[in-house]
Design a protein around this ligand. Sequence first.
Ligand SMILES: [Zn+2]
Length: 252
Amino acid sequence: MLGICKLCDQEKELKKSHAIGRTIFNKVLASTDKNVLLNISPRKSKILSTNDQWDTYQLCADCEALFNKQYENYSIQAIRGKYDSVQITETRLGRSFQGLKQEKVIMYVLSIFWRAAQSNHPAYSGVTIPDELNKYLKYIFLENKDVLPNFFNVRMRAIKDEMQLISKEGLQKVLISPYVYKENKNVKYVMLFEGWYFEIFYLKPSFKERKKYGFLRNGKKVFLAPFIDFSEIPGLMRSLVHGKAITDSIVL
Ligand SMILES: [Zn+2]
């Protein structure tokens, strides 16, 4: 399909693009009998099963490759523990990483949100970004720059489930589609996949908040992704209550 690529703005053949990458979907879909994954949408208080990959025509092949090469391939493999250069250790507080290129993961998370905001797939209807930020992000993607911490801060936490609402394997298969909400005068973009909870802080969090574990930082060798309980995720419990489908679709 010919169209204007959302990143380079040129008229080109467009590919079916994913915001949350195909590899995430493949991992989940391959391991479920019914070929569905659970899409929890706290914004709409809905839980849906899905077997589509939320892809739409929005990027040319070059721009698609740019996201994979610059951020996605590394980040997914690294947080899955596939690299010898990245050591992951479970501690009392969370999962500790040695050797993680945090700046790549920051950009990976931002690139998902940017693509979600461009997408006209209903799963991503909860995400929009203002024009000037759109321009700024396009610039740093195309020029392969790091984002300035004054603009976005990204926190990554590891999900645990004290109440055992879902099996441990099941947790890996829950995907919360990106959504936006307001908290403490800030705006947060959040999402969950493969047992990781990601938040982008639109405004710079307070110094006190930034000192807590979980904020990814450029150029630092050690990172701790603290645990967050499943039940503490904003809006999630409400969705679980409304979405009685959870027990049907998540016999995982
Ligand atoms: Zn392009």
